[in-house]
Design a protein around this ligand. Structure first.
Ligand SMILES: [Zn+2]
Length: 391
C-alpha cells in the first residue's frame, strides 16, 4: 500500500514537473528556433543613412510577436520585435498581428485546415481554456497581451484606433516623446469562428486591420497557400462590406489571386498587402504580380515589402531595396511600404533595431530622401489617415 502511494506521488510529481517544463521551456524553444536572425545586433551604421533615418516617420506593417508571449516592453536576446528595439529603429508605427490557426507541415503551395498548431500551442502554454477551441478568443488573448504591455509602459505604446490618434502620435514624436503607435490586426479571418458579428467583436477590442486569409482556405476566402485557389465566399463578401462600414483596413496578404481580384472588385476604400514580395524579383505563390501591384495602388492602398527569404529570395536589405524599386516602378512611389513579418516564424536578416539598413540600401538604390520618407512610413500614414474611423 505504501509503495503504491509512493508510486502515485512520484507519478503526480512527474506530471507536474513535465507540465512546468512544458510551460516554461517549449514556448521559449519554439520562439528561439522559429524567429532567427541572419546577423545579430548591433548592426553597422552608415552615417548618411542614419542622419536621414532619424528624420523619418518609420512604419512597419506586420509582426507576429504577440504570438510568443514575450514581454514586449523588455529587450529580448532573440527574435525581432519589442519596444526597446522598435525605439532603436526609430519606429513611429508598428502593426501587431495575431495568429489563430496554422497547419501542420506549413508550406506556400497547398495546406488544408484540418490541423491546428496554435490550438496545440494554446494547450501546451496553458492559455485560458476559452482559447482552446475558439479562434476568436485566441485573437483576443493575443490582443490582451498587447494591452497588458501597453499598460506597463504608461503611454509609450499608443493603440491607434482612430484618425486623430495618428495626428497626436506624430505630434508627440515631434515633441521628442519616444512613443510608438500600434495597430492591432489578425492574420486570417478563420478568427471570426464563422460569425459575421465577430467582425464587430474584433473592432470592439481595438482591431483596425484584418487579413482575410492565412495558410489555408477559410470560410471567408481562399488562401494563396490553400487547396481551392478560389475567391471570396458569400460570407466573405458580407465581412468585407462590414469591415468597410466600420472603417477597418482590409489586408490581402496570403490571399489567392482570385480572392485578391474579388476584393478589388468590391472594395471602395484602400486595400493593403501588409507583408509580401514581388514576383519580378522573387517568383512564387507568396508574392505579387505586376498587375496586382497596379490594382492595389489603384485603391489608394500600399504594399509592404518584407525581408525574409520567401518575400525577396535573398534576405538582405539590398535585395529588399531592389524589390521596392520594382514595386515603385510598377505601382508608383506613393504605394510602397515596409512589411517585415518579424517574429512570424521567419529567419530575418536583421531585427527591428536594424531597420536603418533598409534606409541605407534605398539610398544606394538612388531613391531621393523625399521618396524614402514615403516608403519608410509616409505612405502608410496616408492610408491610416484615410482609413481609420474618423474622430
Ligand atoms: Zn504572414
Amino acid at each position: 500500500m505504501r509503495t503504491l502511494k509512493r508510486l502515485l506521488a512520484l507519478l503526480v510529481a512527474l506530471v507536474v514537473v513535465t507540465c512546468l517544463a512544458g510551460y516554461f521551456a517549449v514556448p521559449g524553444i519554439a520562439d528561439r528556433l522559429m524567429n532567427k536572425r541572419a546577423i545579430d545586433p548591433p548592426y553597422p551604421r552608415d552615417e548618411a543613412a542614419e542622419a536621414l533615418h532619424k528624420q523619418l516617420v518609420v512604419a512597419d506593417l506586420h509582426n507576429d510577436v504577440l504570438l510568443w508571449g514575450r514581454d514586449i516592453t523588455q529587450r529580448a536576446s532573440h527574435g525581432h520585435v519589442d519596444l526597446p528595439r522598435l525605439r532603436d529603429g526609430n519606429f513611429a508605427i508598428a502593426v501587431f498581428s495575431t495568429v489563430t490557426q496554422t497547419p501542420k507541415g506549413i508550406n506556400y503551395e497547398s495546406n488544408d485546415s484540418t490541423t491546428d498548431q496554435i490550438g496545440l500551442l494554446a494547450r501546451v502554454e496553458l492559455w485560458p481554456l476559452r482559447t482552446w477551441n475558439s479562434r476568436t478568443q485566441r485573437a483576443l488573448f493575443q490582443a490582451q497581451r498587447f494591452y497588458d504591455a501597453a499598460a506597463k509602459t504608461r503611454g509609450e505604446l499608443l493603440l491607434l484606433t482612430k484618425r486623430s490618434a495618428v495626428d497626436s502620435l506624430l505630434a508627440r514624436r515631434v515633441r521628442g516623446e519616444q512613443v510608438v503607435g500600434a495597430l492591432l490586426s489578425t492574420e486570417g479571418l478563420h478568427a471570426l469562428d464563422g460569425k459575421l458579428e465577430h467582425v464587430d467583436t474584433l473592432f470592439a477590442h481595438g482591431f483596425r486591420m484584418l487579413g482575410l486569409t492565412h495558410f489555408f482556405d477559410n470560410d471567408i476566402a481562399a488562401s494563396a497557400h490553400g487547396l481551392s485557389k478560389g475567391g471570396l465566399t458569400p460570407l466573405g463578401r458580407l465581412v468585407l462590406h462590414r469591415m468597410e462600414l466600420l472603417n477597418m483596413i482590409v489586408d490581402v496578404a496570403h490571399a489567392s489571386p482570385a480572392t485578391v481580384n474579388d476584393v478589388l472588385r468590391m472594395a471602395t476604400r484602400p486595400v493593403i498587402v501588409s507583408h509580401t514580395g514581388v514576383q519580378a524579383t522573387c517568383p512564387g505563390p507568396r508574392n505579387l504580380t505586376d498587375d496586382q501591384l497596379k490594382a492595389i495602388a489603384a485603391t489608394g492602398g500600399v504594399v509592404g515589402i518584407g525581408y525574409w527569404d520567401g518575400a525577396i529570395c535573398t534576405p538582405t536589405a539590398e535585395s529588399a531595396a531592389k524589390a521596392i524599386r520594382h514595386a515603385v516602378n510598377v505601382a508608383g512611389i506613393d504605394y510602397v511600404a515596409l512589411g517585415s513579418d518579424w517574429d512570424g516564424a521567419t529567419t530575418e536578416p536583421f531585427d527591428a533595431s536594424g531597420i536603418s539598413l533598409v534606409t541605407a540600401a534605398l539610398l544606394k538604390e538612388r531613391f531621393t530622401a523625399e521618396e524614402i520618407a514615403k516608403i519608410i512610413g509616409g505612405n502608410f500614414v496616408r492610408v491610416l489617415k484615410a482609413s481609420l474611423p474618423p474622430g
